[in-house]
Ligand binder design. Structure first.
Ligand SMILES: Nc1nc2c(c(=O)[nH]1)N[C@H]1C(S)=C(S)[C@@H](COP(=O)(O)OP(=O)(O)OC[C@H]3O[C@@H](n4cnc5c(=O)[nH]c(N)nc54)[C@H](O)[C@@H]3O)O[C@H]1N2
Ligand SMILES: Nc1nc2c(c(=O)[nH]1)N[C@H]1C(S)=C(S)[C@@H](COP(=O)(O)OP(=O)(O)OC[C@H]3O[C@@H](n4cnc5c(=O)[nH]c(N)nc54)[C@H](O)[C@@H]3O)O[C@H]1N2
Ligand code: SF4
Ligand SMILES: [Mo]
Length: 747
């Protein structure tokens, strides 16, 4: 490094947007490059922690395959075009389809990075409004939709997700999550593993339920191996024991909880003895865990991917909250609580909520109910392939790679190839976007500001942190892209000014703030508030309104010491707003104003589970997934440092199974399911429950027509070739991605 370069180096702080942990990073910037990335020791929440992905955030800045200009299809090739030409191509391609076949002929798929990005958080809504289609799909139905369903029914708010109080609990029961790899999900906790170690160091107990031994189970006092897909049955057995032994106690929520007797009756048939054959967990172990949960000073139950992406996902999500409730741990410190982030809206009046329902419309081909305005992505291929009124003929994707991430992907891949038109807002020419007619690339992660709108609402402490963009964006912001798309779809023309949408968004948010009962700015003059916002990026102005009218906000002058974006900017290591506090009953939005412990749709779904546990346990093999700390679903495989080393996309097989199947370590095996088959290298692994094999998702980068050079050299295989588009959790529409029946044979 030359003297001058060294003297020019500056340090900036930026929240990592890659996963849910919201770690603070300290970046050394020289000129237009980041030369070093470290964990920010002074970050109020992450205190220096970072993972290998965060350490490589700057590599995305240097990734030559990150598109910088829009691409338009010309035959089999793509041509770089100007932004105006690109939007004109969208107008020319998309509008005629909608005109000819109606609004539902244009579908949208929204991928996971939308929740890690302010543009996705705010601007997808106007886009979908302009689209006006009932064919909306997202990564939520290959992920957490069951939790929204249970929260919707229990609390009246699908987004009200109780978070385990990791830092204060005395007993944590963790199911189907591996934070050692994932860094946590629906539970934002930078250095999750450090927090689990701290739990044990203060004398607390950790119990982990997982069909596979992981670095998380290694830390546990007790690891229960469970047969995939059976967590709901096991948790109902825990409840059964709580009731049978007189241990059930709703604690502080008893005064406003309805349906306890129905729950007690519903779990009568789920004794630990009856579920043991299905779950593989011995009745004495189940009883022990139930008694310990009830006896612990405080306890929290937390279930994630392994409990949601299964046949009984909604029942499992519900049962998690029921165990929290009936051990007196719902909404109490040390138990599971609702965060109150800096951007939270005022609670309503209990008893005035409109509640939650599903099925306001149904998918055309298979009749699946709409949930939160969307349909199961597992049925997207059906909707594209099946002719008739309402057939999907065009698709808009924003930050999604469904060809690798969603079930029966060979079929979806072929279906996408047959669309009349497809437009993708995505930085890469990848497995999905290669089917596009137009690709609109957003700026890179460090070229946008960040405030974690999604994950501070799921955080184990209330914190707030804002990071300005590190570098200016060379092209339009992603908010501009989405706004222009919305304008095209709204018939305003390809050259309409995105500030029309920005003004509408900002004006609309101000209006609803001054109009809201209980708002700190109720009745104020919108123009006065507008003037106080200054001229930041539109997404930042929206965050500023939320912060200033939020529970810790400055109320635009009403509470001068309160939060604002300026104040966050002056505190680049974040502001700690304290541990989680009880939020009930104020946060409830059920029509009754109570927690509805026994919602009829969930009770009705129990019959399906009953018949499953009555069946003899399946003798066949089943497939589960796994994550690796250096992957992030499908899209970080183009970063060399994150894919170096030995092939991670292996089929893990227990040595007993391998022996039976004649498989050796390193050999190739054919794995087949009802819908597809693939060949993968075998890795012998005694971490698994025998009968369970494991393959990670997000690989399979060797399809023709992509331009991700690094990923292509480390292709792996696409595990979603095996997952079944017809295997769904019926209430949530969530795909079954764990516990897939498969045959394995030596090749
Ligand atoms: N078998 C199996 N399948 C799974 C899972 C599993 O456990 N097993 N997990 C599921 C889960 S939990 C999820 S969330 C889904 C994810 O499913 P998807 O969201 O469909 O897939 P990702 O791999 O996250 O793809 C993200 C896309 O966003 C693009 N992108 C990255 N950053 C940005 C940005 O800033 N703006 C825009 N516009 N685009 C960006 C990337 O290039 C990529 O194309 O996968 C699911 N699929
Ligand atoms: N490094 C990395 N981090 C990520 C991601 C990534 O791809 N890579 N993806 C991000 C996303 S989008 C999400 S949603 C989160 C997910 O975060 P997690 O929920 O922690 O996901 P996993 O690490 O896949 O852990 C799931 C665990 O469930 C187990 N399991 C499988 N089937 C069952 C079952 O039936 N019952 C039980 N009890 N366990 C089962 C698996 O063996 C595995 O250990 O991670 C996020 N963070
Ligand atoms: S754990 Fe998540 S937020 Fe933290 S550095 Fe890694 S990817 Fe970024
Ligand atoms: Mo996810």
């Amino acid at each position: 490094m030359s003297e001058t370069a060294a003297s020019e180096a500056r340090q900036v702080h930026h929240t990592c947007p890659l996963c849910e942990a919201t770690c603070g990073l300290t970046l050394t910037v020289e000129g237009d490059r980041v030369t070093r990335v470290r964990g920010d020791d002074e970050d109020v929440f992450s205190r220096g922690y970072l993972c290998p992905k965060g350490a490589r955030l700057a590599d995305l800045q240097d990734d030559a395959d990150w598109l910088e200009a829009p691409l338009v299809r010309r035959g089999n090739d793509f041509e770089r075009v100007s932004w105006d030409e690109a939007f004109q191509a969208v107008a020319d391609g998309l509008l005629p389809v909608r005109e000819k076949y109606g609004s539902n002929a244009v579908a949208a798929y929204l991928g996971n990075p939308n929740v890690h990005n302010l543009a996705g958080a705010f601007y997808v809504r106007p886009l979908l409004k302009a689209l006006g289609s009932q064919n909306l799909f997202s990564a939520s139905t290959v992920d957490q939709m069951p939790k929204h369903v249970s929260s919707g029914y229990l609390f009246g708010r699908p987004d009200a997700i109780p978070v385990p109080d990791l830092d204060r609990t005395d007993y944590l029961l963790l199911l189907g999550a591996n934070p050692a790899a994932s860094n946590g999900s629906l539970c934002t906790a930078p250095d999750f593993m450090g927090r689990l170690r701290a739990l044990r160091e203060r004398g607390g107990k950790l119990v982990v339920v997982d069909p596979r031994r992981t670095q998380t189970t290694d830390l546990a006092d007790l690891h229960c191996f469970i047969r995939p897909g059976t967590d709901a049955a096991w948790l109902l057995s825990i409840l059964h024991v709580l009731f049978a032994e007189g241990l059930a106690d709703l604690g502080a929520v008893a005064d406003f909880a309805a349906g306890a007797d129905e729950v007690q009756r519903a779990v009568e048939g789920f004794s630990p003895e009856r579920t043991a054959a299905a779950t593989g967990i011995q009745p004495e172990t189940t009883r022990q865990v139930a008694r310990e949960l009830a006896a612990a000073k405080t306890a929290a139950v937390y279930g994630r991917i392994g409990t949601h992406t299964v046949e009984f996902g909604s029942l499992a999500a519900w049962a998690v909250d029921l165990v929290n409730a009936f051990t007196g741990n719902l909404d109490r410190p040390g138990g599971a609580l609702f965060p109150r982030p800096a951007h939270a809206r005022p609670d309503g009046e209990p008893g005035t909520g409109s509640g939650f329902r599903i099925g306001r419309w149904r998918s055309r081909v298979r009749g699946y109910p709409e949930v939160r305005g969307e349909l199961p992505v597992a049925t997207l291929a059906d909707e594209i392939e099946t002719p008739g009124e309402g057939q999907v003929r065009a698709l808009v994707t924003v930050a999604g790679n469904p060809v690798l991430s969603t079930p029966h992907s060979t079929r979806l891949d072929a279906a996408l190839a047959g669309l009349d038109f497809m437009v993708c807002v995505d930085p890469y020419l990848n497995e999905t976007t290669r089917h596009a007619d137009v690709i609109l690339p957003p700026p890179r992660a460090l070229e946008r500001s960040h405030y974690d709108l999604a994950f501070y609402g799921l955080s184990v402490r209330n914190v707030a942190n804002y990071s300005p963009a590190v570098f200016p964006a060379p092209g339009p912001s992603e908010a501009d892209l989405l706004a222009r798309l919305a304008l095209v779809l709204g018939g305003q023309g390809a050259d309409a000014d995105p500030s029309i949408v920005h003004e509408m968004m900002i004006g609309g948010m101000i209006q609803s703030s001054v109009g809201a009962k209980g708002s700190v700015v109720a009745g104020r003059d919108p123009a006065e508030i507008r003037a106080a916002l200054g001229d930041r990026e539109p997404t930042d102005q929206l965050v500023d309104i939320l912060l200033r009218t939020g529970p810790y906000g400055d109320g635009f002058g009403a509470n001068p010491d309160g939060l604002s974006l300026d104040k966050l900017e002056a505190n680049p290591h974040g502001i700690d707003l304290g541990p989680l506090q009880p939020r009930l009953p104020g946060f409830l939005a059920t029509p009754s104003g109570r927690i509805e412990l026994a919602p009829p749709p969930l009770l009705e779904d129990l019959a399906r589970l009953e018949s499953r546990i009555a069946d003899a346990p399946d003798a066949g093999r089943v497939l589960i997934g796994r994550r690796h700390v250096r992957s992030n679903n499908s899209w970080l495989h183009n970063v060399s440092a994150l894919v170096r080393g030995r092939d991670r996309c292996t089929l893990q097989v227990h040595p007993e199974d391998a022996q039976e199947l004649g498989l050796a370590d390193g050999a190739k095996a054919r794995v087949s399911s009802r819908v597809g088959s693939l060949v993968a290298p075998v890795e012998l692994c005694d971490d698994l429950l025998p009968g369970v094999v494991s393959l990670p998702h997000g690989w399979g980068h060797d399809v023709p027509g992509t331009a991700t050079q690094v990923a292509r050299r480390h292709p792996g295989v696409n595990s979603n070739v095996l997952t079944d588009g017809e295997a769904l959790d019926p209430l949530s529409g969530n795909a079954v991605l764990n516990g897939i029946p498969v045959q394995v044979e030596a090749l």
